[in-house]
Write a protein that binds this ligand. Sequence first.
Ligand code: NAP
Length: 311
Amino acid sequence: MNTTQRAVLIRSYGGASAAEVGRIERPEARQGQVLVGVRAAGVNGIDWKVREGYVRDAFPLQVPAVLGIELAGVVEAVGPGASRFRVGDRVMGSLGGLGAYTDFVTVDEANLSRTPDGLDDVQAAAIPVAAVSAWQSLYHAGPVRSGQRILIHGAAGGLGGYAVQYAKRAGAEVFATAATAHVEYVRSLGADHVIDYQTQRFEDIARDIELVLDYVGGEVLDRSWQVLTQTGAVVGTSSPDILARTPAGRRGLWFMNRPDAGLLEKLAADIANGTLKFRVSEVVGFEDIPAAIERNRTDSRTGKVVADFSY
Ligand SMILES: NC(=O)c1ccc[n+]([C@@H]2O[C@H](COP(=O)([O-])OP(=O)(O)OC[C@H]3O[C@@H](n4cnc5c(N)ncnc54)[C@H](OP(=O)(O)O)[C@@H]3O)[C@@H](O)[C@H]2O)c1
């Protein structure tokens, strides 16, 4: 029997060519784990950041390391002490670590949710990290109240699309930044004020903001302090040095997502029944994952890129 399997891995940190398709040994489910036959995996911005060593402090690696942080698939085996799932169950989730870009992966069963019937595996693989991170980051600085003025940077992206909808559900007044080509898309998600950052300065339009969700980082973060109220906060997902960049007297918070299978199950149900919108912008085959990781660094798009493992 062939016990090796395809995997997208890095052997050292580097540019586009550092991620390659190779082969690794098939793992076995240990205590509290299930073995998942991966059918699809979401491509995320963190993939190229891990590849380049940009986040090596947060994600210290032993190489070779398999990339990929979220998946959808089928339970192939159940390890000792694991009881939530049976062989054949359709599951989705984020790993809380790396290793999704391979045919079979062991996952702590606590990190997995059942895939709703209304979603196929490619759709399901697009959801875990973005939908849960957007929710957790929206509430990271505290409760959101009706009428609260929130500015969302990167609203056309994977996290941003969900955050706009969650903030509107909570009754907030939503300001959102997007490229010219994505203004209509972000408006269709319900944002009250869509700022085209290619022709407008957000500082001129968004004022007295109580919460900035910064899904872009860098100079966008540095320019955001001036739009805050005295008690306002910036929650950042993209510049890990946000604390060092927070001016005196301001409130800047670094956000780090964590798997939450219960929350994911609720959000996935909302997507399956059509009350929460999401978008898969591109589907690639397994061999194309390294190139898709690099395009995620260089290109601009709405929604998520997903790898379909069936081709
Ligand atoms: N810390 C954590 O736990 C965590 C978890 C998940 C993700 N993240 C990070 O959070 C960020 C967002 O993730 P994602 O998956 O949503 O990424 P994404 O899908 O690539 O979305 C980012 C969006 O930012 C927009 N953008 C680029 N430059 C901009 C600018 N100057 N102003 C406003 N928008 C701009 C792009 O849309 P346009 O085409 O409209 O420009 C793009 O769609 C990434 O940096 C990711 O690594 C962190």
